[in-house]
Ligand binder design. Structure first.
Ligand SMILES: NC(=O)c1ccc[n+]([C@@H]2O[C@H](COP(=O)([O-])OP(=O)(O)OC[C@H]3O[C@@H](n4cnc5c(N)ncnc54)[C@H](OP(=O)(O)O)[C@@H]3O)[C@@H](O)[C@H]2O)c1
Length: 364
């Protein structure tokens, strides 16, 4: 297959609002280096990581909830998930799915022509478990909001599935994040897991992945999304922030506590989800969409023998495990909408409005 010299892409030109994301029809098509594959992108999922990197929300200078807009003050030394500045121009998009159409020197030839999903975690492959030597596809290198992208061959998984590229593009970031949280909190069939932000990308992953482990799931979500969230497998669905969470749990489950909280929301309601953890309970967190600064009563933490775990960089096996779950139909996609890549601003505006359940995807 012949690969054109230039391609269409959405290029991020700096920190700020949506206007920093520019549609280009003349961007140089990347060439695969040694050990890399060139992927013709079939679809790429949206993520808050892209929104937060664009806006600069990861900077410690920002303490507000994620809004998707530009912030007045962003410390240019720490505005990404990894704490290091990124370089512009940058093509974002961590959740690329497509077909391998070219190989760099020394890359395994059996990958040619295969449909693959990208594992976003860029690793030092001589030391793959070292979390300090990691980066993210679409952040520390160019990603999938383009017609073509390149990545190390060890970062792709061949997926044998009936699902469309757009459906597959809902999985990688959210589901590896969700599985990382559940692994760190050692969730088993003995657990009742409270999932915040349950209608979102990571939340809809957490529901399915916790059910896959046999756990009971209580989901918090806006009432208009309750039917969707129930269809994903949640046993109990409560509103986003019940006034008395313990009482709501008691009337829905017979108990006013849970053994695990899997949280991506944080913000002003955070104390309420900590308060319903049983003695010895575990709290896992991968996000703070409602605000990163929370108040903790240390007495609750130590007197109740709680464990709090942060989770971002996941072990390499988690992506490979996820590919198996998809191929065996143990998780299913929650594809809310598909937009042409050229209509990226409309896609990210809808993503930020959060009227959807699951994830939104763009196709070049
Ligand atoms: N650490 C990592 O590796 C990693 C990876 C992926 C994502 N994340 C982070 O995890 C968080 C969630 O990601 P996601 O992709 O699941 O997000 P998402 O798809 O945008 O969903 C988040 C959900 O949270 C709920 N929510 C509750 N309070 C909210 C508030 N104040 N503002 C907006 N939404 C609120 C909304 O559902 P309801 O309307 O139903 O309440 C929303 O759908 C983000 O902060 C993201 O940056 C981290």
């Amino acid at each position: 297959m012949s690969v054109p010299a230039t391609m269409k892409a959405i290029v991020l030109e700096g920190h700020g609002g949506l206007d920093k994301l520019v549609w280009r029809e003349d961007w140089p098509t990347p060439r695969p280096g040694p050990g890399e594959v060139l992927i013709k992108v079939g679809a790429c999922g949206l993520n808050n990581t892209d929104v937060n990197t664009r806006s600069g929300w990861y900077s410690k200078a920002v303490s507000a909830a994620t809004t998707g807009g530009a912030y007045e003050v962003v410390d240019e030394s720490d505005p990404t998930w990894g704490g290091r500045p990124i370089t512009f121009p940058r093509i974002q998009g961590g959740d690329a799915v497509g077909t391998v159409v070219d190989l760099g020197e020394g890359t395994l030839s059996e990958l040619m022509g295969k449909r693959v999903m990208v594992d976003g975690w860029l690793r030092d492959w001589s030391d793959p478990d070292n979390r300090d030597k990691s980066g993210y596809f679409g952040s520390e290198c160019n990603g999938g909001f383009a017609e073509y992208t390149v990545v190390d061959a060890r970062n792709v998984g061949v997926v044998r599935s009936e699902l469309s590229d757009a459906e597959l593009a809902t999985f990688s970031c959210s589901y590896t994040t969700g599985e990382g949280m559940l692994s760190r909190a050692n969730v088993t069939a003995e657990d009742t897991v409270l999932v915040t932000g349950a209608s979102g990308g990571v939340g809809s992953a957490l529901i399915q992945l916790a059910k896959r482990r046999g756990a009971r799931v209580v989901a918090l979500a806006t009432p208009t999304k309750h039917e969707d969230v129930r269809a994903l497998g949640a046993d109990v669905v409560l509103e986003r922030a019940p006034a008395d969470l313990g009482a709501s749990l008691k009337s829905a489950t017979g108990r006013d506590t849970v053994s695990v909280v899997a949280d991506v929301v944080g913000g002003s309601y955070w104390g309420a989800v900590i308060d319903v953890l049983e003695r010895g309970g575990r709290y896992a967190c991968s996000g703070a969409i409602a605000g990163p600064i929370v108040e903790l009563d240390l007495r609750t933490f130590y007197l109740r023998d709680l464990t709090l775990c942060g989770s971002t960089v996941v072990a390499p096996h988690i992506f490979r495990d996820l590919v198996g779950y998809i191929e065996r139909g143990e998780v299913r996609p929650a594809l809310a909408a598909t937009y042409p890549l050229k209509e990226f601003h409309a896609a990210q505006t809808a993503f930020i409005e959060k009227k959807h359940t699951g994830n939104i995807v763009v196709v070049p």
